[in-house]
Design a binder for this molecule. Structure first.
Ligand SMILES: *Cc1c(COP(=O)(O)O)cnc(C)c1O
Length: 366
């Protein structure tokens, strides 16, 4: 019988802060496709793969951190979880809260959430709080709220989130047989780049400062190296590139529209200790990369996810991609979450034809 994926805690429990006897809350997240992308490989003269995190149960990588964070909350007496969100965290937190039998509250920047993500929070029964402010304001409010009331914080400042998210690096090494040379991903609040860096290090038998417990070091190393970490931000939401928080971050890539990243020090360590860099790309470059990935690879991602592809293509044009390097780009969320942005600049010619084969053939030019 073929092995059926059991959710990431069950698959990687010996490397996570859960005992064999701990019950876990899972929607069977993780185990996402690592897809070879020959069209991208040709463009940058390397061997490029995309890690398709939009294939997770709620359509983004946030599910990886939510199975661990909500499983931990479930072991306590707390009955409500809360998260500040640009959209995907709210979709994931509310879905996992349902699976756990908990209530969820999500704190969102008003008017800056893609409709698909808002729909998810609504159908999963989250209590919605729309704030006249940006994500950074929402996170500040959520931190104060969860400090003062019996409500558990499930943003990525909750250390269990990064524990779950690090498993994406494990999956990549398990599939490729060793770590890639370079890992490229979008950077917003910077939890994910920190989580990948932890995962790659633990699989190589090394520990970073925020590793939890010693489980990672009691096991034999799986990989022989760690990759360079390349982070990509949106042009007007690029605090790491500018070296300071950004007051009013703006970008169509709402999932990385963040001016004051919570995991600042971890992300800087990932960048510097890996010999990598963090760059920025324009909204135009993001939309172009989104279109290329959809039309030439067959993977439809949301704008924030396309930032990693845009960053890779930009690096390729600048001659910064080593020939033949093995490169993994994380594409963080599903394109179906934000169809409005994907269709914005497209001509849609959907005038109906007569219901005949001839009319269809003539329209198709066959
Ligand atoms: C959350 C999110 C990001 C940013 O990840 P961080 O850990 O905040 O850096 C990027 N893309 C998508 C689709 C996301 O949901």
């Amino acid at each position: 019988m073929a092995h059926q994926w059991q959710g990431l805690i069950n698959e990687y429990r010996e490397r996570l802060p859960f005992k064999e006897s701990d019950l876990v809350v899972t929607l069977y997240e993780g185990g996402t496709p690592l897809v070879p992308a020959p069209a991208l490989s040709a463009r940058v003269d390397a061997e490029v793969y995309v890690k398709v995190e939009g294939a997770n149960p709620t359509g983004s990588f946030k599910d990886r951190g939510m199975t661990t964070a909500i499983s931990q909350v479930k072991q306590t007496d707390t009955k409500i979880v809360a998260a500040a969100s640009t959209g995907n965290t709210s979709a994931s937190a509310s879905a996992y809260a349902v699976a756990a039998g908990l209530e969820s509250a999500v704190i969102l920047p008003a008017g800056k959430i893609a409709m698909g993500k808002l729909a998810q929070a609504i159908v999963h029964g989250a209590k919605l709080v729309a704030v006249d402010g940006n994500f950074d304001d929402c996170l500040r409010i959520t931190r104060e709220l969860t400090d003062k009331y019996p409500v558990a914080l499930v943003n990525s400042v909750n250390p269990y989130r990064l524990q779950g998210q690090k498993t994406a690096a494990f999956e990549i090494v398990d599939q490729l047989g060793d770590a890639p040379d370079i890992h490229v991903l979008p950077v917003g609040n910077a939890g994910n780049i920190s989580a990948y860096w932890m995962g790659y290090n633990e699989y190589a038998g090394k520990k970073v400062s925020y590793s939890m417990g010693d489980s990672a070091l009691n096991l034999p190393p799986v990989s022989t190296k760690v990759p360079q970490m390349w982070g990509v931000q949106a042009w007007n939401s690029a605090p790491f590139v500018l070296g300071a928080p950004v007051e009013n971050p703006e970008t169509i890539a709402t999932a990385i529209r963040i001016g004051n990243p919570a995991s600042w020090d971890y992300a800087v360590a990932a960048r510097d200790d890996s010999g990598g860099w963090i760059d920025r790309v324009t909204d135009e470059q993001i939309l172009e990369a989104q279109a290329i990935l959809a039309a030439e690879v067959g993977v439809f991602v949301e704008p924030a996810s396309a930032a990693s592809i845009a960053g890779l293509l930009k690096a390729g044009e600048a001659g910064k991609v080593p020939a033949g390097a093995k490169i993994v780009c994380t594409v963080t969320g599903n394109g179906l979450k934000d169809t409005a942005t994907a269709l914005e600049n497209r001509e849609l010619d959907l005038d109906p034809i007569a219901p005949t084969l001839d009319a269809a053939v003539s329209l198709l030019g066959l």
